[in-house]
Design a protein around this ligand. Sequence first.
Ligand code: GLP
Length: 261
Amino acid sequence: MEIIIVDTEAQASHLGAKIVAQQLMKKPDSVLGLATGSTPLALYNQLIGLYTQKQIDFSRTTSFNLDEYVGLAPSHPSSYNSYMWKNFFNHINIRPHRIHLPDGLAPDIAEHCRQYEGAIKAAGGIDLQVLGIGADGHIGFNEPTSSLASRTRIKTLTLQTRHDNAPNFDLNEQVPHHVITMGVGTILESRICLMLAFGTSKAQAIRDMVEGPISSSVPASALQMHPHTIVIVDETAASALSRRDYYRWVYDNKPKWQQYE
Ligand code: GLP
């Protein structure tokens, strides 16, 4: 894992956008894996800015989102489908037929998940997967004790995750109990994983993911097995890492050809 510690969320999002932009410039028909939540919002804004300035083009890009709530129609304001259109897709030139999100209303969820996996494969696999992390170490909606070999499937949310995500729902509305999520095994097949994390609420999860043992108790720790994971954190999210100085030193001394900017 490459751990990059920057001062602020804005700097992290700027660097993250640069890495995604480089991927699109290198391979305009890239397959992007996309995440939701508050973490990637500034990254998406930066990418929209780069698109508006005509520095990047999404016309040949394919996307697959990590997860979706079961029982919510795509048009539901709290669905991840709505989130993606509102915060990203409506502002770039990605072609709608190349956008993929799990369908929270799929009548046969197991079959839908199989098809989702098949569509990722048919697209050539995910080139770059954007990730956030839950305070309990989840990636996508792979809650603690998820199999590290898991594929796209239905999962039950923990109380903590339902509580954490409640602000995205109306006061009188329940956060769904069930979700469809790419599996940890699915995520690990992405060629590059790009994780962002901000704030003290993520510090322990980041420490467990980077420096803890690989364990299904912290599904994100499976990324230790991934050959190309980039983790960009702000100072607060990095605050529990014991090897902070080493990660800084490595990043500051990267050879020029390996640098992102
Ligand atoms: C959510 C999403 C994840 C996200 C994580 C963190 O439950 N399913 O994909 O990375 O939790 O959310 P946030 O970025 O809002 O902290």
